[in-house]
Ligand binder design. Structure first.
Ligand code: ZN
Length: 253
């Protein structure tokens, strides 16, 4: 099932996509919304970010080759950090490069959308808490990440969490291609099977610290090949079985 947020003529809502037709939910699919029967046409220009999370929990250094390219050790436990919900943008949006940073980089990642409220769920049950999957770019001001000593600002600027194009609910996340292309050139190409900590382990680990709410987003780490963005770039993050998230890049205003 492919679930998206569409906005048409200023009216925004949750829809089930079926080819070029869409059926509207009567509310949020995370809160048991029912599906209407009327089908309408949609186009990619109607897509908006398919999440409105209470929190975005990200995982650092979850691919060994990426930890190595930045000169870091592979962590013994998942390394967690937050991005604020205010950093989310949807398909067709643009990353705004802040004037405070001289080096902003892309990190293509698999996003896990939580479907029900859980706390301390065991790895064996953790997949029952997952609603579906989407593509995320964990945009990072690399210079500020080093300078600040912690990552709140480097990961948290407005527009630093492009998400979409929709949520795919039926997907096995254990071995999917994750890629990032900039202006048509592939910069990152990995597989989720290379993750140090897999999706059930991550959901369980995060839930041991904090209650996960429906709609929350866990962003699972990036493969090697991260690199800088400049104004005018066009970024495409793709995850096998989900689709492609296209994003622009503009300078600070
Ligand atoms: Zn990341």
């Amino acid at each position: 099932m492919r679930v998206a947020v569409l906005e048409k003529n200023g009216d925004k809502g949750w829809f089930l996509l079926d080819g070029d037709r869409a059926r509207r939910f009567d509310g949020s699919p995370f809160e048991g919304a029912r599906l209407g029967s009327i089908e309408i046409p949609w186009t990619p220009a109607d897509l908006r970010a398919p999440v409105r999370p209470s929190k975005i929990v990200c995982v650092g250094r979850n691919y060994a080759a990426h930890a190595k390219e930045l000169g870091n050790e592979v962590p013994k436990e998942p390394l967690l950090f937050f991005k604020p919900p205010s950093s989310v943008i949807g398909p067709g949006g643009a990353v705004v490069l802040p004037k405070e940073s001289e080096r902003v980089e892309h990190e293509a990642e698999l996003g896990v959308v939580i479907g029900r409220r859980v706390r301390r769920i065991a790895p064996a049950q953790a997949m029952s808490a997952v609603y579906g999957y989407t593509c995320v770019c964990d945009v990072t001001a690399r210079d500020l990440q080093k300078k600040d000593g912690q990552w709140t600002r480097a990961k948290g600027f407005d527009t630093f969490c492009p998400t979409g194009p929709w949520i795919e609910t039926e997907l096995d996340p254990s071995d999917l291609a994750v890629t990032c292309a900039v202006d048509g050139a592939v910069r990152q190409s990995g597989r989720t099977s290379q993750m140090i900590f897999d999706v059930p382990t991550l959901v369980s680990y995060v839930s041991a610290a904090m209650t996960l709410e429906p709609g929350d987003l866990i962003v699972t780490g990036t493969p090697e090949g991260v690199g800088p963005l400049v104004p005018g770039n066009h970024l495409v993050v793709s995850v096998e079985g989900i689709g492609e998230l296209g994003i622009g890049v503009v300078g600070s205003t």
